[in-house]
Write a protein that binds this ligand. Sequence first.
Ligand code: NAD
Length: 258
Amino acid sequence: MDLLQIKDKTIVVMGVANERSIAWGIAKKLLEVGANVIFTYRKERSKSKIEKLLADYTEHTTATIECDVNSDQSIAKAFTQIGEQFGTIHGIVHSVAFAHAEDLKNRFVETTREGYAFAQDTSAYSLVAVAKAALPYMTEGGSIVTMSYLGAQRVLDGYNVMGVAKAALEAAMRYLAADLGAEGIRVNAISAGAIRTLAAKGVPSFNTILHKIEETAPLKRNTNQEEVADMTLVMLSHLSRGVTGETIYIDSGYNIMG
Ligand code: NAD
């Protein structure tokens, strides 16, 4: 029995920079279950990484399309191209975030207007902009999943302006869920535990966080790319058809601890 019902569905995966990216873990699983996977990238470097990673998946239906989420024009161009090439979009993985390094390093009170706006634009508004651009092609309903972090809810050392952006992202996710539910489109967030990726390199306290999770989390270990990918697959699939507007923690249970 096909419990997931993802086979032959078209899923857009945004945010693969390299093999460590959370989005790549998700894409691999999607390819394994027979989805058509469309990758979007910002930098040419990411494009060539994606193409190399896809060398093992030549028999699958994939596409690699440029999309800079800071630009409405780039988003519109990407989704028009996806729509024209694939017709219907069934799912989106939004795994994109960015903030200036100095806004993570400096005292939070030093955050600049520009740095604040940039983090919000890239890491929170982008979800709304992407949903808007994809909507005309999500004619059969579908599922949108974004990646959040515990810093949205709690003050975590060195997460600063990104914590505020993730709080906005989770709120935007709920408003989108309410707005798009009538069209059969579900919107949820995965709040992943700390995983060593390119983006994580920008968080100054990252190693300390990894140790703290190992000591404190109920499962006494850190989570990994594969565990996050598995739950994302569930959230994209028929199995989660009754769930929308939720933030789901894949963090070895760390968030429940005092
Ligand atoms: P990553 O660096 O592999 O992925 C981040 C991606 O965002 C990159 O592919 C980058 O190109 C993309 N990006 C940044 N600005 C962009 C723009 N303007 N347009 C298009 N793409 C842009 O790191 P990751 O850890 O896989 O991050 C993916 C998501 O997971 C992020 O939202 C991150 O905040 C979240 N997350 C990460 C962790 C962690 O510990 N690694 C934990 C929880 C949540």
